[in-house]
Design a protein around this ligand. Structure first.
Ligand code: CLF
Ligand code: SF4
Length: 412
């Protein structure tokens, strides 16, 4: 590892746990297209490779991305890493390379980081290296094509579409080949694995051993977030205990990342402090998505001149208010304005710290940080400590349950 990469490693919030409270990363959403279909991904949402499935507020051109980096850098002097993580697959979009070129030219002091599904990695490894990329993530959910066949719907390779084991085989071959090339070039490679109970959970230790042998630096096991409109919408997420047990087991073989925030494709700031809305051109959400039920149309809440209201809803499935504040694995954030209700992002909480005592308080504080741009929090239940904390931050807490619909967003 050269001296520059060594310093960058110490200041990379995802690769170094200590760094994540001191240094910020910024994702530039320049890559909307994808070359595969994961069964947990809905195209209306960000790529789950590297970002939890919430919509990105905007797609930027490479020039716009460079301009935005300049603005963010002024305001966040502890910004160190520029990541390209979707909302599709970065290597399926030529804009990724142009963006890397521009960032390299204009901000040579910033570290470049790319996250990919790995399909197009073999032919792009050298190109990424030459453009200055030293940190690369590959999302790899299977090291056996028969497992991969249950996870990937289709793979688009060399102008053809492949499905089932055949598609999974091509993807796996390219992932392994690409990882090896990147490691040999001297890049710090991270593997993200989405843990899908009943599909790949038993298989993950074997996968970890395989990538360790290739020389990867760190592995990050993310929980599946079941998303509406996908093949896996009815599957369950792993429990925090199941995930912790798996991470403990895999840690015997390789360094584990345990502080991932499954951030969005346009995330900005420290990992625990998403400031994307501060820098987004709001109102250009391309997804136009929302929960089931009729939520479009005129005003559902009183919205004053200060503009739209953001409401966070504790939900495990995106359809019902069914979680307490402290144990929610997910919050859906809606923007409510006179034009209607729009789902703008989904936040996965770090449920690995939901235990009693100090860690629980820490978990509550971190969850509250994630919702800092929301003025109303809708939950099924909430304890006195989180209530006090949220009220102290000026939030309105609304207790509700059942289907997410008009009543969820109406003022009391
Ligand atoms: Fe972004 Fe990913 Fe680079 Fe980090 S995120 S491209 S390695 S700069 Fe980090 Fe976010 Fe987890 Fe990714 S917390 S989702 S691991
Ligand atoms: Fe979705 Fe990312 Fe998978 Fe592509 S690689 S299908 S964008 S999760």
């Amino acid at each position: 590892m050269d001296r520059k990469t060594e310093t960058a490693l110490k200041e990379h919030p995802c690769y170094d746990r200590e760094a994540h409270t001191k240094f910020a990363r910024m994702h530039v959403p320049v890559a909307p297209k994808c070359n595969i279909q994961c069964n947990y991904c809905n195209r209306k949402y960000d790529c789950s490779n590297e970002s939890r499935p919430g919509v990105t507020s905007e797609i930027l051109s490479p020039e716009e991305a460079a301009e935005k980096i300049g603005i963010v850098k002024e305001k966040i002097p502890y910004l160190r890493v520029i990541g390209i993580a979707g909302p599709g697959d970065p290597l399926a979009n030529e804009e990724t390379f142009r963006t890397l070129e521009l960032v390299n030219e204009r901000f040579p002091d910033l570290t470049l980081c790319v996250s990919t599904n790995g399909l197009a990695l073999p032919e792009n490894a050298q190109r990424l290296y030459d453009l200055g990329v030293r940190f690369l993530t590959v999302t790899m959910n299977a090291s056996d094509p028969s497992v991969g066949a249950s996870i990937y719907g289709r793979v688009q390779w060399a102008g053809e579409l492949y499905a089932g084991t055949e598609g999974a085989e091509i993807l796996l071959r390219n992932q392994l080949d690409g990882i090896k090339k990147c490691v040999d070039l001297g890049m710090m490679v991270k593997i993200n694995v989405v843990m899908i109970p009943g599909i790949n959970d038993d298989h993950i230790p074997e996968l970890v051993k395989k990538v360790k042998a290739l020389g990867v630096y760190i592995v990050n096991i993310l929980p599946l977030i079941p998303v509406d409109g996908t093949k896996f919408s009815d599957r369950r997420a792993p429990t925090p205990e199941e995930r912790k047990k798996l991470m403990d087991r895999c840690e015997l073989d390789v360094k584990m990342m345990r502080h991932c925030r499954q951030c969005r494709a346009d995330a900005v700031g420290l990992l625990g402090e998403d400031r994307s809305s501060e820098f987004a051109r709001m109102g250009s959400c391309r997804a136009g998505c929302g929960p089931s039920g009729d939520l479009s149309g005129p005003s559902l809440v009183s919205v004053d001149e200060s503009g739209p209201v953001r409401i966070a809803v504790a939900t495990s499935d995106g359809k019902n208010v069914d979680s307490g504040f402290g144990n929610a694995s997910r919050f859906d954030v809606y923007e409510v304005s006179n034009n209607g209700v729009k789902l703008i992002r989904t936040i996965a909480t770090d449920t690995s710290k939901q235990v009693a005592g100090g860690s629980h308080k820490e978990h509550i504080e971190r969850t509250a940080d994630l919702l800092n741009d929301c003025s109303v929090i809708v939950v099924k239940e909430i304890g006195p400590m989180p209530s006090k904390l949220l009220e102290g931050r000026g939030k309105t807490i609304r207790i509700s349950s059942g289907t997410i619909g008009k009543k969820t967003f109406r003022p009391d």
